[in-house]
Write a protein that binds this ligand. Structure first.
Ligand SMILES: [Zn+2]
Length: 98
């Protein structure tokens, strides 16, 4: 049962790369132009490809920004540390009062 499901997933996982647009998933006909990007990513139109290029550029830009300002990017991971600091302070205060 398990392996059957896994096989099914695996089957679904394999995208038919040159059969549909990477962005809008419109089927690509063999008699229409296919716009390739980065070697193996097909698009139905220049617009779709351009959109993907712009998205990629934005992701790259964000990566550069996040790597240059790690502090603001680690807000979630600094929260637990803050919490434990608060706990410590409360405990110490309690001890001091007692
Ligand atoms: Zn498209």
């Amino acid at each position: 049962m398990r392996s059957a499901a896994a096989y099914c997933d695996y089957d679904n996982y394999q995208p038919h790369f040159l059969d549909s647009c990477f962005l809008c998933h419109r089927p690509l006909n063999h008699n229409t132009d296919i716009f390739m990007y980065r070697g193996n990513t097909p698009f139905c139109s220049q617009e779709c490809r351009q959109e993907q290029i712009e998205m990629d550029e934005e992701v790259e830009r964000r990566w550069k920004v996040s790597s240059s300002s790690k502090r603001s990017n680690r807000q979630t991971s600094s929260d637990p540390a803050k919490e434990s600091d608060t706990n410590k302070a409360v405990r110490t205060g309690t001890v001091a009062v007692a």
